[in-house]
Ligand binder design. Sequence first.
Ligand code: ADP
Ligand code: MG
Length: 559
Amino acid sequence: MAKKEFKAESKRLLEMMINSIYTQREIFLRELISNASDAIDKIYYKALSDEGLVFNKEDYYIKVTADKATRTLTIEDSGIGMTQEELENNLGIIAKSGSLAFKKENEAQDGHNIIGQFGVGFYSSFMVADDVTVVSKALGSAEAFKWESKGADGYTIEPYEKDTVGTIVTLKIKENTEDDQYDEYLEEYRLKSIIKKYSDFIRFPIKMDVKEQKPKEGAEGEFEEIVQEQTVNSMVPIWRKNKNELTAEDYDNFYAEKRYGFDKPLKHIHISADGAVVYNAILFIPENTPFDYYTKEYEKGLELYSNGVLIMNKCGDLLPDYFSFVKGMVDSEDLSLNISREMLQHDRQLTLIAKNIKNKVKGQLQSLLKDERDKYELFYKSFGRQLKFGVYNDYGMHKDTLQDLLMFHTSKEKKLVTLDEYVSGMPEDQKFIYYASGESIERIEKLPQTEMVSDKGFEILYFTDDIDEFAIKMIQSYKEKEFKSVSSGDLGIEADAADKPTEAEENENKELFEAMKGILSGKVKNVKASKRLKTHPVCLSTEGELTIEMEKILKSMPN
Ligand code: ADP
Ligand code: MG
């Protein structure tokens, strides 16, 4: 039987990972259990809607067995299984399209982030095993297959015997070396504690054969060892638990288990609503921007459960675009299991939940801004741009929701400032909120147009993001103060009028200005004397709505 090679990309990633990208090896178990649980979820869901399938609760389980003699650890599930093709497609390719190309462009990123974004869960088993076999029989399939791999060099697939539907993953645990210990992954107590730590909330029983010392019958003071099958996890999903019983670490673990991201979430939001609509939700605000976040590839959405059964991986209708960074899940008893994507859009319950979630997220961001400024700035660095898009999109419809969450660098402070902070710091004679646009703070600081405003002691918002000025145009004014670009013709500064060049000054250079206008014809509308400049010889200013920066951006956009 020919050995198939992993796709080249997979090979590189696999090597990267085996060379300890994950700092904690123990998470391999979390990954395998989570795959098993996903597989049971799938068959469970099918059985609910297919009368031909009959299952009892006991039919759903995950079993973890360690055997020291053979150095094997098996994870067995009664899930949906994989066909030969699925074994090949799901376990033979790690990097999905485009992701490796992305990696090359971003070599600077640390491995942690990269691995997290690829969904290479299954491959983490190679951190502790030098041989992995997967025996699987798919639902509705007469035959079973065995997939086997010793790591980076490839894998084989062959027909195999297996009576029941489901999957058995067998790891041949590595031998201890001087530097690395692997024996612990065959120790019952250690395995139990890893399962407790990461997989406690899994809805299906995770069983283990546990050895126990029992007093020997008929022999006083003597003990005998008996083996008993135990369920190790509590099976209560974290979202059904009482908030008071949960620690920050529990939420962090859930976030990692669910692969919402590989960062630590900045903030979690746990909702237990029992008003007009009954639901539980756990939402997260991540710290880092996912690598594809600002691309078309990124898909927003929350996991949607109906009374504990996963019915959709990414329900986009639960989140407005401007909060598309939110990760997490919603479980509601009020949703029908068989609800289709199309029906969901019009579902009243779902609309209510979505509205509720929007308000909660907004509230959470506001309190983060107020009480944990450092964290908020981290968040803003990652997702501030999305908020600005949110202000701009839909004709500014969401500006009231979002404007208080915006921040900008300014001419005065070396830190980010909110619009509220800006306006509170305005001297009485300042009528407008001034801003200057440019590629970077350094470039803006060199703009001649900023001098006049700065000399008056007025603060200037620095717009370095393409979207900034467009978003601000939607807001128009904040606390009754209008926004004004420093490059606009009329700055609205009192002294401006008194400082107007005299007629004599205008006439004196008339010929020079005409000549300049001639040379720059088609590029500028007019050339005139100005008192606005202090240390620069010339500057550009605009009349009308669009500023120079906006024109540049509009011109660079594809039509
Ligand atoms: P992810 O779980 O993020 O998709 P993994 O590398 O963990 O990535 O798994 C890859 C795929 O292999 C899964 O999406 C699933 O289709 C399949 N798979 C893995 N383990 C099992 C299993 N125990 N039963 C059925 N399918 C599985
Ligand atoms: Mg997985």
